[in-house]
Design a protein around this ligand. Structure first.
Ligand code: PEP
Ligand code: MN
Length: 361
């Protein structure tokens, strides 16, 4: 008897579930219609005043046994689902996301195709200090058959009293080196007004960690026809990092290289904590090439090689590291830059590591 009753009640619940399903979908159809009309009118899809009115009406009619707050919560979920339905798929999938574009984005710089399978290497001093200083590093880079050089002309420093970079003079030195040594140049720009200027001097504009959420700078970088190397912010989540890249791409420039450069954690053994798993996550979530800066992430010369190997092994599209002909007298990041013999050794170890693809003839 009890079992019979239970079965009957369950049958009724099953029936009501189906009725709810039908009513909920009927409502969804209407909401979609409304969404189309709003789209035509160009009005905002979320209307808090209208939602409040609907909730008031529902709560007023509520005779229990559910509490008003429970009813509000349930209906709020239904409203939310309806709103998501109104937003077409394209507006939900970010431009930088894999959902939006399946194929890998390949960024071409000075004959290299970054993101195509063969890792790219970027070496160079933290700051451009003089022509001779950059030339010494360029010489060593060229001797290794490498194609890219980095160097900061505008330096965002923690203290305003520290060396701020040579500015335009630094960009001019880099351009001269680029021409003389056949190297592609990567250099950081810190203000929107300098983006235009940089076009004549660099091959890749770097947006540094401290500026990852400088939205005006990101938008300006998105308006030019030049590859952008975007570094992860000091404490940025992967979602925020991807959001920053989206700012650039939303303005039209899709030539973006992401760069994991360590994040701030409680760990003090390294300057930052290299978030190595960010590499495959970013590769999965976005179609953009991902590099790893082993210098700023570790701040330790003894960790450059193992971290570079880890980056290559985990699928990074490139590695960045700082090299200075005389790090002891460097005007920035003196402790963490490799000198030239250390650079030679580093490179030999990379070549010997079997982590580079075998070149097919
Ligand atoms: C740099 O690459 O010179 C630099 C300052 O790095 P980050 O923005 O990652 O600190
Ligand atoms: Mn540096």
């Amino acid at each position: 008897m009890v079992n019979n009753n239970l079965d009957t009640l369950r049958d009724q619940v099953d029936q009501l579930n189906l009725e709810l399903l039908s009513v909920i979908n009927k409502r969804a159809n209407l909401v979609q219609e409304i969404g189309k009309l709003k789209g035509v009118q160009g009005s905002l899809r979320f209307d808090p005043v209208r939602e409040r009115e609907m909730l008031n009406q529902i709560v007023e009619a509520n005779n229990g046994p559910f509490e008003d707050s429970t009813i509000e919560h349930l209906f709020k979920e239904i409203f939310k689902a309806g709103l998501e339905l109104q937003e077409d798929d394209h507006s939900k999938a970010l431009l930088v996301s894999r959902k939006n574009k399946q194929e890998d984005t390949v960024v071409s710089v000075n004959g290299l195709e970054i993101g195509k399978g063969e890792p790219a290497f970027v070496f160079g001093p933290c700051s451009v200090e003089s022509y001779e200083q950059v030339a010494a590093v360029a010489n060593s880079i060229r001797a290794k058959g490498l194609k890219l050089i980095r160097g900061g002309a505008f330096k965002p420093r923690t203290s305003p009293y520290d060396f701020q970079g040579l500015g335009l003079e630094g960009l001019k030195i880099l351009k001269q080196i680029s021409d003389e040594y056949g190297l592609g140049v990567i250099s950081e720009i810190v203000t929107p007004k300098d983006i235009e200027t940089a076009l004549d001097y660099v091959d890749v504009i770097q947006i540094g960690a401290r500026n990852m959420q400088n939205f005006e700078l990101l938008k300006e970088a998105g308006r030019v026809n030049k590859p952008i190397l975007l570094k992860r912010g000091l404490s940025a989540t992967i979602e925020e990092f991807i959001g920053a890249a989206e700012y650039i791409m939303s303005q039209g420039n899709g030539e973006i290289i992401l760069c994991e450069r360590g994040i701030r954690t409680y760990e003090k053994a390294t300057r930052n904590t290299l978030d190595i798993s960010a590499v495959p996550i970013l590769k999965k979530e976005t179609h953009l090439p991902v590099m790893v800066d082993v210098t700023h992430s570790t701040g330790r010369k003894d960790l450059l090689l193992p971290c570079a190997k880890a980056a290559l092994a985990i699928g990074a599209d490139g590695v960045m590291a700082e090299v200075h002909p005389d790090p002891a007298v460097a005007l920035s990041d003196a402790a963490q830059q490799m000198n030239l013999p250390e650079f030679d050794l580093f490179w030999e170890e990379i070549l010997a590591s079997n982590l580079l693809p075998v070149k097919t003839k």
